[in-house]
Ligand binder design. Structure first.
Ligand SMILES: Cc1cc2nc3c(=O)[nH]c(=O)nc-3n(C[C@H](O)[C@H](O)[C@H](O)COP(=O)(O)OP(=O)(O)OC[C@H]3O[C@@H](n4cnc5c(N)ncnc54)[C@H](O)[C@@H]3O)c2cc1C
Length: 422
């Protein structure tokens, strides 16, 4: 029989980026009710982005990635529960009860779901061979790091950000690396063609083999261990380690148990409140209206980024306390691939024109995206000032007219002007 905890508590399920932020914001806003922050991973909450960057290169340890010390949680009167998966949950308007896999019972008055996402699995023959890895959590990162140590060749299935970051770390460690992408270009979901093409050339320049439009038949192995990836057409890419990075799926099991609306994540409104009107959700698990999308008002969007997890968690905390809340910060994202830092401001989906600022050959440039003459986003490679200028312009509702944007003689900050009303 488990321990019963306080029925006036706020229960936050998922104790990573969004969960820790939500708990911390509740305290900053003066909330004194008990907070229980539960997560299934056995570790102190930690920063995931470094797992595919500094951690894989051996430049960071799991301990160096934690958000907060154990003492901080004690000081803030936040009960941190690790290694406990919530498997059952029920609630009404006044509160409810969650149950952990270990049998512990968590009564709550208020509930937040910050359950994140899980890697999409590939149902390929051979996908369960030793040496086939996914990368979402610290244990997977540690296991991949160990496997890379003795590997000569690495195949990365999926040319998204995580795939490219893993490929960068493996290449920097002297491995023979092949990226296998099913689509006609890299990072196609997140950036436009110019940026995709730049990354294709940049990885090839650094000695990585990149295969586009590549179909996979199976992952080949011997004696239970991976030996390569067999492609449609018959060739096999040799590999001692295969890393699969083909996107993630939102963790919505608990939301479904609660009967909440779920569609590519827990559907929430601009206050981060789910369809029952009382539960909040934030981060990778939540599907939210975003005023920066082309079709704002016609559909929700699920973002997978630190910025989104942090800002939406702050909104969710305000909603739990009955304060005014409206999630409308400019989305931004970064990806570090060795000496290439990409920063993205805004959302480029729905653009009708672009302006290239600088020369991709120099590995320092920005692509600015426009809709009806208004700037909506930018991909900035090794150009942090351009990123800041675009982010500020979007935040302040300014425009950077396309005719001014390509002029390297002027900063983008200088070119920002008030928008002409539509
Ligand atoms: C390798 C990697 C690199 C990344 N790089 C970048 C980057 O460069 N820039 C960027 O902006 N973003 C990056 N991201 C994305 C970013 O880390 C995520 O957007 C962010 O972590 C989302 O936070 P979250 O709290 O919503 O979800 P998560 O971080 O996934 O945390 C959710 C937690 O909830 C737990 N949980 C789920 N269900 C239950 C349950 N039933 N009971 C108990 N616990 C549960 C999970 O185990 C997990 O610990 C990266 C992600 C990865 C994996």
């Amino acid at each position: 029989m488990g321990t019963a905890t306080s029925a006036d508590a706020t229960l936050i399920v998922g104790n990573c980026q969004a969960g820790v932020q939500l708990a911390s914001t509740l305290r900053e806003l003066g909330d004194t009710a008990p907070i229980i922050l539960v997560g299934e991973e056995p570790h102190l909450p930690y920063q995931r982005p470094a797992l595919s960057k500094a951690f894989l290169k051996g430049e960071a340890t799991a301990a160096s990635l934690t958000f907060r010390t154990p003492e901080w949680f004690v000081r803030e009167n936040i009960e941190l529960v690790t290694g406990e998966q919530i498997t059952d949950i029920s609630r009404d308007a006044d509160g409810g009860t969650a149950v952990g896999a270990g049998g512990r019972v968590f009564p709550f008055a208020r509930l937040a779901l910050t359950t994140g996402a899980t890697p999409r699995r590939l149902a390929l023959p051979g996908a369960d061979l030793a040496g086939v890895c996914y990368l979402r959590d610290a244990d997977q990162a540690a296991s991949l790091h160990r496997s890379l140590g003795s590997a000569g060749s690495v195949a990365v299935i999926g040319g998204g950000f995580i795939g490219l970051e893993v490929a960068t770390a493996a290449r920097a460690a002297g491995k023979q690396v092949t990226i296998i992408e099913a689509a006609p270009r890299l990072v196609g979901r997140a950036v436009g063609e110019t940026t995709s093409d730049f990354y294709l050339q940049a990885h090839r320049r650094r000695g990585t083999t990149v295969l586009l439009n590549a179909g996979i038949v199976r992952i080949a192995g011997e004696n239970g261990r991976v030996t390569g990836v067999e492609l449609a057409g018959g060739t096999t890419v040799p590999a001692d380690v295969v890393v699969i990075g083909v996107g993630v799926l939102p963790r919505t099991e608990l939301a479904e148990r609660l009967g909440l609306e779920v569609s590519n994540g827990v559907v929430v409104d601009s206050r981060a409140v789910a369809s029952d009107g009382v539960t909040v959700a934030a981060g990778d698990c939540a599907n939210t209206p975003n005023p920066f999308t082309a079709d704002y008002g016609n559909g929700n969007l699920r973002l997978e980024s630190v910025q989104n997890a942090v800002e939406q968690a702050k909104t969710a905390a305000r909603s739990l306390l009955g304060l005014e809340a409206d999630y409308r910060t400019v989305p931004w994202f970064w990806s570090d691939q060795g000496d290439l830092t990409l920063q993205i401001a805004g959302l480029s989906a729905g653009h009708d024109s672009t302006v290239l600022r600088g020369d991709p050959e120099s590995e320092k440039f920005a692509v600015l995206y426009y809709r009806e003459g208004r700037i909506i986003a930018a991909d900035c490679v090794n150009t942090p000032r351009d990123f800041m200028a675009v982010r500020n312009a979007l935040t302040r509702g300014l425009n950077i007219p396309p005719e001014a944007a390509a002029d390297l003689g002027r900063t983008l900050k200088e070119s920002a002007v008030p928008r002409v009303p539509a």
